[in-house]
Design a protein around this ligand. Sequence first.
Ligand SMILES: Nc1nc2c(ncn2[C@@H]2O[C@H](COP(=O)(O)OP(=O)(O)O)[C@@H](O)[C@H]2O)c(=O)[nH]1
Ligand SMILES: [Mg+2]
Length: 334
Amino acid sequence: MLLESVLAGDRLSLARLITGIENKNDDALSVLEQLFPYTGKAHLIGVTGAPGTGKSSLVNRVANLYRHPPESLSPKRVGIIAVDPTSPFTGGALLGDRIRMRDLTGDTGVFIRSMASRGALGGLATATSQVVQAMDAAGFEVVIIETVGVGQSEIDVARLAHTVMVVEAPGLGDDIQAGKAGILEVADLLVINKADQPGADYAQRALNQMLDMAFSKEMTNNFHHDLKIKTDVNNFWRPPVIKTVATDGSGIGDLFETIQKHLEFLKSSGEWAGREKRRLQSELEHTLQDHLLFRWREHVPKELYEEMLLKLLERQISPLKAVTKLLDYEMSLY
Ligand SMILES: Nc1nc2c(ncn2[C@@H]2O[C@H](COP(=O)(O)OP(=O)(O)O)[C@@H](O)[C@H]2O)c(=O)[nH]1
Ligand SMILES: [Mg+2]
């Protein structure tokens, strides 16, 4: 049985399940459904940032530290999801090699999976979330999700995670990417990787300034619905800005420690529970939307839809009226 073998952490079964999930295979989705009660344990870490900033290299380093942590900690099993068609984990050799080799030479504690982001159109968050659930149920205590870029779909995926790490590199352009598209708001940790290159100190200062501004605005407005910076003085998290060099490992210990601190913060502040709720609510809503739309498409004749569209174009009815008519038609079928 696929269900039992995935729960037992069997890698081949997990791989089969994930392929099934990606193909939207009914059997796989039903197994996933039965696995759901066993999920919710893994610490989900999102890693995002522009291509070439060194995300995969950092993930590699961090995963290795989870496998071989400092003395006081016990090793954790790590699942890695690379939502990136150009990831070294998938195609080429490069940085994924070490981790992949470890994988091949029998470290059953690391499981890497890549997912193509193209063509997924909004479904990416759902698909990623399902793969996360599969890994979680299979006993991977940490799941790292690497996404490329700073667009909306990356932010959606980032929102899946408990700990969101935004990676910058100096000298990629004049702008600091994190300032854009609300990425700063979703960051729990900011990493300036490639600190061996010129401009790292400048980037760190600039990011700290942006954070200070956001933080003081936050304090004055007492508005903390979306910004993760808390106004409760005893219990807030101000995203740290950490410099790393993924190629030689400098700063990785610091980064790893900060991730552990964030996890502690999540647990002690009640934020873990809050994020779980937000995450499942968003999944519920996405699933609901998908299903309602699917059911509606199955039932409402194309002609009626076309007719409404035509009436809209001719300004005979309003969009709201059109929707009401279309929904009324669907309801009349029951
Ligand atoms: N100089 C320098 N190069 C790095 C560092 N981290 C990664 N790189 C290089 O940057 C390139 C892109 O790294 P990769 O991890 O694939 O970036 P990703 O696209 O963000 O996943 C590779 O050639 C790495 O060897 C670093 O800290 N310093
Ligand atoms: Mg990468």
